[in-house]
Ligand binder design. Structure first.
Ligand code: PMP
Length: 432
């Protein structure tokens, strides 16, 4: 029998990304650590790409799911009343800060964004949408259309008329040396230019990630989204915040990423961590926008009782343990530590992040150009040292990390130590 990797290659699409020279199979997990098939334990700084928001084998989540399983109702249909849906929707609507908010549940972030785009284009009777450069919003036709990251875009035809904006690309050479205020002014001018020359008729919405996830944790400076919102409001253009990576206290300083910018969006989309591994996504939107569709609709498994049991237990855990404050503390320890180490490591081009969402950008020290090769080296080094990380960015040179929000201060220090040691080793090789 060939090994699992050979069998994977034979029957899975060749564009499915697999990390590491020797891909690993994770077979168990507890707390903030996972174990692979060879018995190696890893501190998980990627949390299954932000899915295991409160770690692994959490009794509260397991017991909630087991209680639901014991009823015999894994799922029937959302054409019947589902208590778990209503309870979760009430909590999310309240936390969202959106006026008269209503919630629709899906199975993924892609579907959530598709739903938000459907609501927005229908409400505004327009197929014109604004999105951000370097964005990632998912794999379906609509979500790919508003994605601006070549590595993930595929060559699909777009059903939407999309215009991509600056705002999360301060690092580009053309913007170097600009203050935040000047950069924001350039971006707002550009938005106005797009609206006055690049579109025909009304524009439905702007969709944006408060911190770009797949894009490499790039951030809009404070004040940019507020400035955009002013322009959008004047034209009635809706604002959709994609909170798939930034929601649930991840950034430490706000419960949803966009709240860091003092902006209340018309809709937010969410997924990933909410079910702590169980598939759940959704849209929380202004009630009038949500109620506006004139068709009957449901998503067969969207909001199913198992996902709802897991999501209610996960969200309660986050709130009961004030994990947002935890993320601020552990995130600061790591980000401060990385910033302290960076000046002696010429391979480090940038350190950025907020709360438990932080990134290290690696560059060729001779040229300052992005170095995906060094990022690949880092991934192998840290795997050997027992830490799982992620990579991304437009050039694949950004190390992205987002551990479970349950990370302890000791684990934060341990992970920081592994990261800095790996960077030092690679730096020594490259620079000497
Ligand atoms: N939006 C963002 C910001 C994401 O990071 C992702 C997933 N990486 C998605 C949407 C799509 O979510 P899913 O993979 O659950 O469809």
């Amino acid at each position: 029998m060939p090994d699992l990797l050979a069998r994977h290659r034979a029957v899975m699409p060749n564009w499915m990304a697999l990390y590491y020279n020797e891909p690993i199979e994770i077979v168990s997990g507890k707390g903030n650590r996972v174990v692979d098939a060879s018995g190696t334990t890893y501190l998980d700084f990627f949390a299954g790409i932000l899915t295991n928001m409160i770690g692994y084998d959490v009794p509260e989540v397991r017991e909630a799911v087991e209680r639901q399983l014991a009823t015999g109702v894994v799922h029937t249909s959302t054409v019947y009343l589902l208590r778990g849906q209503v309870e979760l929707a009430e909590k999310i609507a309240k936390l969202s800060g959106i006026k008269d908010a209503k919630v629709f549940f899906t199975n993924s972030g892609t579907e959530a964004n598709e739903t938000a785009l459907l609501l927005a284009t229908y409400a505004r009777k327009s197929d014109q949408v604004l999105a951000m450069r370097q964005s990632y919003h998912g794999r379906s036709f609509g979500a790919v259309s508003v994605t601006s990251n070549r590595a993930w875009k595929n060559n699909s035809l777009s059903p939407l008329n999309v215009h991509f904006l600056h705002g999360a690309d301060r690092h580009l050479t053309q913007f170097r040396g600009l203050s935040d205020a000047d950069y924001i002014a350039v971006c707002v001018d550009d938005l106005r230019h797009v609206l006055s020359t690049g579109v025909s008729g009304d524009v439905a919405a702007l969709i944006a990630e408060p911190i770009q996830g797949v894009g490499g944790f790039t951030m809009a400076p404070d004040g940019l989204f507020a400035a955009y919102k002013e322009v959008l409001d004047a034209e009635g253009i809706l604002f959709i915040s994609d909170e798939v990576q930034t929601g649930w206290g991840r950034t430490g300083s706000a419960f949803f990423g966009i709240q860091n910018h003092g902006v209340t969006p018309d809709m937010m989309t969410f997924a990933k961590g909410l079910g702590n591994g169980f598939a759940v996504g959704g849209v929380v939107a202004r009630g009038d926008l949500m109620d506006n569709l004139h068709a009957v609709g449901l998503a067969t498994f969207g909001g199913n009782p198992i996902s709802m049991a897991a999501a209610n237990a996960t969200l309660d855990y986050v709130l009961d343990h004030d994990l947002q404050t935890g993320a601020a503390r552990t995130g600061a320890l790591i980000i401060d530590g990385l910033r302290e180490a960076a000046p002696r490591l010429p391979i480090v081009g940038d350190i950025r992040g907020k709360g438990l969402m932080f990134a290290v950008e690696l560059v060729d020290p001779a040229t300052g150009e992005p170095s995906p090769a060094l990022a690949a080296r880092f991934m192998e080094e840290t795997r050997k040292a027992g830490l799982l990380a992620g990579k991304g960015g437009l050039y694949g040179n950004v190390l992205r990390m987002a551990p479970p929000l349950t990370l302890t201060m000791e684990e934060a220090a341990e992970g920081l130590g592994i990261i800095v040691t790996a960077l030092e080793a690679i730096n020594a090789e490259v620079v000497s």
